[in-house]
Ligand binder design. Structure first.
Ligand code: FMN
Length: 329
């Protein structure tokens, strides 16, 4: 893949990509609507069979347009690789730089982008065989691999990326944000929170309401059981109780999160969702699961409300097609 031809190669009409959001937020309905609108919709990671169904559904809704897949490295199974390589025009990896999974995807013909936040990570991702990079800034919602704002990280990473396409994520709420990232050299901009706040997203309605116009986000490790990577959320009862002294959460909860990482990798991804039903705001044992439509309202107080700093600027829930149009410079 080449920087100059990225949009043409994927036949994208707009340099706007919907971020993969694992756990069931972006199934076929959201990803398909974004792609049908001329952007690139992404199906986020779920258990293999739900992921396969969502990809097929997204492709049906997208018509002839391409759809992407997103995979979280610690939780990949061979079935995810097969489905992503066969059904998605592009696969984005997040949460680790894996030569093994990158080459498994590429051997099956997939185009693979690896998410990075620093120049050092970018060099490793290219050595691992990435066809391109996603630069994620520290202001982004969800799990964070970066250490600085996207506008500082992007130029440093472009220096080492050669002709590979580089996409940028973090702080994208409107067309001017996309424009700024394109002017800095990104081939496309990625938005997560904007698409979380769409009619097609399967996030819990109360979660969407909490995110809209939220004045504060926290970068924490509180929801780290099974996956201790730093993540950005908006406050709820769980963070108010456990992140008052340190945004990261209590030290013992972080140690437990780190110790539980090998179990997280072995357990099926669906187990995280089941675990969420047992979580209580008063007990600092929180998995990375997020609240979906259909869960009880109380889930919003005891699960991770992932969102980026763009939450402050996002005031409405709109159709995904309109979100794509509003983001197009
Ligand atoms: C609800 C939510 C879930 C996310 N899940 C994933 C994920 O599964 N994989 C991934 O690569 N990034 C994930 N992200 C991060 C996005 O890829 C992207 O970096 C981020 O949304 C950009 O910041 P923004 O939300 O302010 O647009 C998630 C973000 C949010 C808000």
């Amino acid at each position: 893949m080449n920087r100059a031809t990225f949009l043409d190669e994927l036949a994208l009409q707009r340099p706007v990509v919907q971020a993969g959001m694992a756990g069931g937020v972006d199934r076929g309905e959201l990803a398909g609507a974004v792609s049908a609108a001329g952007g690139l919709g992404t199906v986020g990671m779920m258990g293999v069979s739900a992921f396969a169904q969502a990809l097929a559904d997204a492709r049906r809704r997208a018509g002839a347009r391409p759809v992407a897949a997103n995979l979280l490295v610690p939780f990949i199974r061979r079935g995810h690789v097969e489905r992503a390589a066969d059904d998605a025009a592009l696969t984005v990896l997040h949460g680790g730089i894996s030569r093994r999974w990158t080459s498994a995807l590429r051997q099956r013909g997939a185009r693979v982008l690896i998410t990075v936040g620093t120049r050092e990570q970018a060099i490793r991702a290219i050595a691992a065989g990435a066809n391109g990079l996603v630069v994620q800034g520290i202001e982004a919602g969800g799990h964070l691999v970066g250490t600085e704002p996207v506008t500082s990280a992007l130029p440093r990473i472009l220096e080492v990326a050669g002709e590979l396409p580089v996409l940028a994520a973090g702080g994208v709420a409107e067309a001017a944000d996309v424009r700024r990232l394109l002017d800095l050299g990104a081939v496309a901009a990625i938005a997560g929170t904007r698409f979380l706040l769409t009619e097609e997203s399967a996030a819990h309605p109360q979660y969407k309401r909490r995110v809209m116009g939220s004045q504060q986000t926290l970068a924490t490790q509180l929801f780290g059981l099974g996956w201790p990577l730093l993540h950005r959320v908006v406050p709820n009862q769980a963070t108010e109780r456990w992140c008052a002294r340190s945004e990261l959460g209590p030290v013992y909860a972080r140690l437990l999160a780190r110790a539980s990482a090998p179990i997280g990798r072995l357990a099926p991804l669906e187990a995280m969702g089941s675990l969420a039903a047992w979580q209580r705001p008063a007990l600092p044992l929180f998995s990375p699961a997020l609240p979906l439509a259909g869960m009880p309202d109380s889930a919003v107080e005891r699960t991770a409300l992932y969102a980026g700093e763009t939450a402050r600027r996002l005031q409405d829930i709109i159709p995904a097609e309109e979100a794509v149009l509003r983001l197009t410079p």
